[in-house]
Write a protein that binds this ligand. Structure first.
Ligand code: FES
Length: 252
């Protein structure tokens, strides 16, 4: 009986499923949103202009390195792109999303991917996904730069003020922070690997921290999408203002 069941599963064709719901409906927005963001971000990273205006700096270009092209002739965004990209690309949630949406491996839960040889993340190149926790450290450094940019966006020619761009950059860094703080690897670092908090060094603060991060972690998917959209919109806003397509509105 068990052998028969195994044979039945292994002989399934691609896309075969007992599900009667519209399982593909979950995949379509992921393809559109992730694909659209990927195209937009690539174009912007290579554009190399319209990335700052007044106190505003696009998050795609922060930290800004060799702005005046003394030793780097291409767009400055290309120098830093690898940091945030590697963090997002290896994110546990995004992995699930793009394995399903782009590799159809599997297309959805309980939908067959056919008779592919499954190696999971135990072989090159996907074994590199295990570097996620190190990319987290890198992402925290980027976060510090983006907080600095958000604070700097309150100062117009040295005078304190606020424009729509200030709000855009502040909302963006808050969403990026929630995304980073809700990371599975960070939660694990705080206490996920412990069996006994009271036996560990700094057990009590770690327990409190782990509780807080666990609450955020429950909404990791939401933060992943909202921060992806906000970072794209923040860049778009700076680009539009910088290119003169729109004017920034000063609130005070
Ligand atoms: S698991 Fe998604 S950012 Fe770490």
């Amino acid at each position: 009986m068990a052998e028969g069941a195994v044979k039945a599963v292994s002989s399934k064709q691609f896309g075969e499923t007992l599900r009667r719901d519209s399982w593909w409906a979950e995949t379509v927005p992921v393809v559109l949103l992730l694909g659209g963001f990927g195209i937009y971000a690539t174009l912007r990273a290579f554009e190399g202009k319209f990335y700052e205006w007044g106190p505003y700096l696009s998050p795609f270009y922060s930290p800004l390195i060799d702005e005046h092209h003394r030793w780097w002739k291409l767009s400055p965004a290309l120098l830093i792109l690898g940091g945030p990209l590697s963090f997002r690309a290896t994110c546990y949630y995004y992995r699930k999303a793009y394995y399903r949406a782009f590799f159809l491996d599997p297309p959805a839960c309980a939908v067959s991917e056919g008779n592919r040889k499954y190696k999971g993340e135990t072989a090159f190149p996907f074994i590199l996904q295990n570097l996620h926790r190190y990319f987290l450290y890198l992402a925290i450094i980027f976060l510090a730069f983006l907080w600095k940019d958000a604070i700097q966006a309150f100062f117009f020619d040295g005078k304190f003020g606020m424009g729509v761009g200030t709000l855009v950059l502040c909302i963006n860094i808050i969403l990026l922070s929630t995304y980073t703080l809700s990371c599975h690897s960070l939660r694990h670092l705080a206490g996920g690997k412990l069996d006994c908090f009271s036996c560990a060094t700094f057990g009590k603060p770690r327990y409190k921290g782990w509780q807080f991060l666990s609450k955020l972690n429950e909404h990791h998917m939401l933060f992943a999408w909202s921060s992806l959209i906000s970072v794209g919109l923040a860049d778009l806003y700076v680009r539009l203002v910088s290119s003169g397509a729109i004017h920034d509105v000063r609130l005070f």
